[in-house]
Write a protein that binds this ligand. Structure first.
Ligand code: CUA
Length: 351
């Protein structure tokens, strides 16, 4: 093996070095792929385990493009190796053969990428149109609004709103209408399909049909300010019966807190304080700046999905919202510990 580093080429790697590096590269790639495969079981936010027709389309596109890439990589690697071996420097003093242009080669390496890119473009464009087309009749319509920094879901025909938790029935087409009143967010639940932006003033759409029940995490995927990372989604795909039961609970008014309970005291704090200016609770208040809290106690998470819904977390959030979610529009109202405790009891009673 002869290294050319001290000789003419200055590349510092001879054919033997490159050949030696290939098995290591292959081992690294195989290792990475098997790691990714292992993680699919433990890390649910993946596009590699699609759970909707849209997710399946994206995944199939990814695989077809991956195989094109592997083919091109192998072809280029072989040509590179042939060139390195065949045209290596043999005599440091001799001037290499001088060549200028080759019409056939230049035509070939112009036309080949055009063909490959065209073959990739057709299924890609078709998938984009298909996943934002007019929804089929009977689709569940959900108006999705990206706010700084939480996601709102309004079930248009069913007449209620939720925040962070998105419930969908398995097998039924869903038409998501994406809005934003402030800046560009991007709605993304990796297992249910590709991400799509929410430019203010424009309505984007996602049409998909969930295929497997489960809870799939999502995340805003466009940098949108201080708490961009704290703008999450929990999508629960349920059997039609479970979904219908959930809908019935969402449409019902929340239970009135029993007289003399901590929740009843919390309701008084809620009504007398600043909460009603921004939040709705069916039958109590009608604010629309922050999330509708009618059934907040039944949601998996609060504060844009940053905290799971527990008494400790809710108290922590009420005591200092910007401390939990930097830049939070809900300010620190410096509530007394007694008010925090009463409000926590009330909000958790809203099942
Ligand atoms: Cu909203 Cu990033």
């Amino acid at each position: 093996m002869r290294h050319t580093g001290s000789g003419g080429s200055g590349l510092g790697i001879g054919p033997g070095g490159l050949l030696g590096a290939l098995p290591r590269t292959a081992a690294f790639l195989v290792g990475s792929l098997s790691l990714a495969a292992c993680e699919m079981g433990t890390v649910p936010a993946t596009t590699l385990a699609p759970k909707s027709d849209y997710g399946r389309v994206s995944h199939d596109l990814f695989l077809s493009i991956l195989w094109w890439d592997v083919g091109i990589f192998l072809l280029v690697s072989v040509l590179l190796l042939v060139a390195i071996v065949r045209f290596r420097e043999r005599d440091p003093e001799a001037l290499p053969v001088q060549v200028r242009g080759n019409a056939k080669f230049e035509l070939a390496w112009t036309i080949a990428p055009v063909l490959v890119l065209t073959l990739i473009a057709f299924p890609t464009v078709r998938a984009v149109f298909r996943t934002q087309s007019t929804p089929p009749a009977g689709a569940l319509r959900v108006r999705v609004t990206g706010h700084q920094w939480w996601w709102e879901f309004e079930y248009l025909e069913l007449g209620f709103r939720t925040a962070t938790d998105l419930h969908l029935p398995v097998g039924r087409p869903v038409a998501l209408e994406l809005h934003s009143p402030d800046v560009i967010h991007s709605f993304w639940i990796p297992q249910l399909g590709g991400k799509r932006d929410t430019p203010p003033g424009k309505v984007n759409r996602i049409v998909l049909r969930p295929t497997v029940p489960g809870i799939y995490p999502g995340q805003c995927a466009e940098f949108c300010g201080a708490s961009h990372a704290n703008m999450r989604i929990n999508a629960a795909v349920e059997t039609p019966a479970d979904f219908d039961a959930w809908v019935a609970r969402q449409k019902a008014p929340p239970p009135a807190p029993p007289d003399g309970s901590a929740a009843a005291a919390g309701l008084q704090v809620f009504k007398a304080g600043p909460c009603v200016g921004c939040h709705s609770v069916q039958g109590v208040s009608g604010g629309i700046v922050g999330p509708d809290l009618t059934h907040v106690g039944s949601r998996q998470a609060i504060a844009g999905g940053v905290l799971s819904t527990t008494p400790e977390n809710l108290a922590r959030w009420l005591a200092d919202p910007p401390g939990v979610k930097p830049g939070s529009i809900m300010p620190n109202f410096h509530l007394s510990p007694a008010d925090v405790s009463a409000l926590t009891a009330y909000l958790l009673s809203l099942k």
